[in-house]
Design a protein around this ligand. Sequence first.
Ligand code: HXC
Length: 260
Amino acid sequence: MTYENLLLEKENKIATLYINRPQALNALNRETLLELTDAISGIAQDDDIDLLIITGAGDKAFVAGADIAYMQNLSAMEARSFAALGQQVFMMIETMEKPVIAAVNGFALGGGCELAMCCDFRIASSKAKFGQPEVGLGIIPGFGGTQRLTRLIGAGMAKQLLYTADVIGADEALRIGLVNSVQTPEELMNVVKAIAGRILAKGQAAIRLCKAAANEGLQTDINRGMTIEVDAFGLCFATADQREGMTAFIEKRKAGFIGK
Ligand code: HXC
């Protein structure tokens, strides 16, 4: 599939996916979500890729939301189906085995904030702006915002943002735990790639089991979560990376992981 609304770069085991509709501040229409579905399933299956970075093309926006012009005249069932399509692809991103980092380079509003939230974590440019402006349009978030924002930053702060439609800057997003750090626009991708490099230097089988255990544990109670963790811990001992990691430590050398 050739993409009209995405750019995909692959280098050193890292895929960087740009949402690429700068003329509409990278707003997500149906075509973009369909292309995203194709791109994510390809990256998930690509053995040359161990980590995904999602960002926005241009210097103004990560994603300024779902495409309002596209949504304006939808019927109720069409709107439901559009929300379901977005939820489906965002769930694919959240549950894909490989780590996904959002490099939030500008506006991350509505569906853009929701896209950032389905990634494992978010690093922001100082120019980034976050918010769920949907109630100002007479709608509610539909790509998971009412669910992920409450889980990520707590119900009280999430409800304030959801009800007021306030747009917040990167420093406030950092303060409330929506992003992990704030970088200058020039440094953003370098910092994200440096973090990616530190992740890629570790055992990828273990990274994937960490992600699955953390994600599955968040959906359940602590007792079940602990069982998920012991099972995943045990599974590590069926991997070459565990043998290599521990042998390298004992032999006082750097581990050469193979991700299996
Ligand atoms: C469609 C959009 C858009 C969007 C921006 N554009 N956001 N088009 N959908 N979400 C378009 C503008 O119409 C304009 O097109 C061009 O991008 C540049 O935007 P401007 O408004 O001229 O830029 P600026 O004045 O700098 O303002 C930036 C902005 C503003 C503050 C981000 O564009 C804005 O408020 N956008 C909407 C944000 C929003 O409400 N997002 C949530 C959407 S609802 P032209 O052709 O005029 O140049 C949502 C629901 C998700 O996301 C769940 C769905 C199921």
